[in-house]
Design a protein around this ligand. Structure first.
Ligand code: NAD
Length: 357
């Protein structure tokens, strides 16, 4: 099969980690007889330097014309003093909205080999955990009515949480379908004991659940979910939740894996085209030093194969290669923490994954 992949290398460590993922994709393509065409576009600070804009129209058009998008990271101190609209990070919201990406998939997996990196106690971590947060990305309080007004105590500010049945069904369906592809367990998280929008959320997800009798389904209040994630993360497989709850819980989930350089993400819309990126930023403190951990971006590329191109076997192959490399004890500096050992460079870690493929 042949696919066109828009490459948004971005800033800081972005170019290094995207190039690592490209090498892994190229080797996978060769092994399975596919062709991946990589077309680079500017985004973030590097786009500002060349065009004056963080998200040039050419980049939007190129991404829209592609089969999928692989992004490194944007931002850095060089552009920190620019006004909000002109900052590199503005390009992220712009490209997500231009591509109509309403779902954010964030796996949080603690590899058995990296147990020591989790801030959780060993008896809680057990043999590791593997969960997937499905976050609604374009609705809820971040996009609702907002403003200032005079209230009981003088000036006040307000933001509004609003969800339509259509929006809830759309994200709920993605979550049930994701659960079908995993261990068929699904938790919907809301605050239905207090919020009207959450009661509609729960009612809508309940009716959707009837269409997926093979999926074991439960609801949980968000405060309880925040506690359960650190008490017993293994109880979760797929979690679906609103934009704001997902924002908070997915950061919590990524932290308990203990390794920011390992975590991938996918943003998806109505079509198969998605945007795939590591959850970390451009790490300016280590940019250009060949120290970055490329695994989050390599695993993001694997997600692209699975979710946008339907190439599950190829995705498994990349994920297994990463497992093997970690099991063999290879670590970049971020994974070593303060522990003894010689850290691999970004290039060396990429080589190890390529060998394991
Ligand atoms: P960051 O994620 O870039 O870095 C936090 C820490 O984690 C740093 O010490 C960094 O060295 C380390 N780190 C991150 N990724 C790593 C990797 N792959 N390998 C090894 N170590 C890694 O967060 P920050 O420092 O808060 O932000 C830096 C810049 O990135 C800012 O300009 C911020 O706005 C931007 N940012 C961009 C995105 C994005 O593009 N999606 C996301 C978050 C932050």
């Amino acid at each position: 099969m042949e696919f066109n992949i828009a490459l948004l290398r971005g800033d800081g460590i972005g170019p290094e980690i995207v190039d690592s993922a490209v090498a892994v994709l190229e080797k996978t393509a060769a092994r399975f007889g596919h062709t991946f065409n990589f077309i680079p576009y500017l985004i973030g600070g590097s786009a500002i330097d060349k065009t004056g804009m963080p998200l040039p129209q050419e980049t939007i058009d190129g991404c829209l014309a592609s089969d999928s998008v692989l992004l490194g990271a944007v931002g850095g101190p060089k552009w920190d003093d620019l006004p909000g609209e002109k900052r590199p990070e503005k390009a992220l919201l712009g490209i997500r909205s231009a591509l109509g990406l309403f779902t954010n998939l964030r796996p949080a997996k603690l590899y058995p080999a990296l147990r020591g990196a989790s801030p959780l106690r060993e008896d809680i971590v057990g043999d590791g955990f593997d969960l997937m947060i499905v976050r609604e990305l374009t609705g809820g309080i971040y996009f609702g009515d907002r403003g200032y007004r005079q209230g009981k105590y003088g000036e006040e500010a307000y933001d509004t949480e609003a969800y339509s049945v259509t929006e809830i069904e759309r994200i709920g369906r993605v979550a049930f379908e994701t659960a079908m592809k995993r261990s068929r367990r699904h938790t919907s998280i809301d605050k239905a004991n207090v919020l009207e929008s959450s009661r509609l959320w729960r009612k809508t997800i309940h009716s959707l659940a009837e269409e997926y009798p093979g999926v074991e389904y439960n609801d949980m209040f968000v405060d309880n979910a925040a506690m359960q994630l650190v008490r017993n993360p293994q109880q979760f497989d797929v979690i679906v939740t609103s934009n704001m709850f997902g924002d908070i819980l997915s950061d919590e989930a990524s932290q308990i894996t203990g390794s920011i350089g390992m975590l991938a993400s996918a943003s998806l819309g109505a079509s198969t085209r998605g945007m795939y990126e590591p959850i970390h930023g451009s790490a300016p403190d280590i940019a250009g030093q060949n120290k970055a951990n490329p695994i989050a971006t390599i695993l993001s590329a694997a997600m692209m194969l699975r979710y946008s191109f339907g190439l599950s076997e190829e995705a498994d192959c990349i994920e297994n290669a990463v497992d093997k490399v970690l099991e063999a004890g290879y670590r970049t500096a971020d994974l070593l923490g303060g522990a003894e050992g010689t850290p691999l460079t970004c290039t060396e870690m990429t080589e190890k994954v390529l060998e394991a493929l």
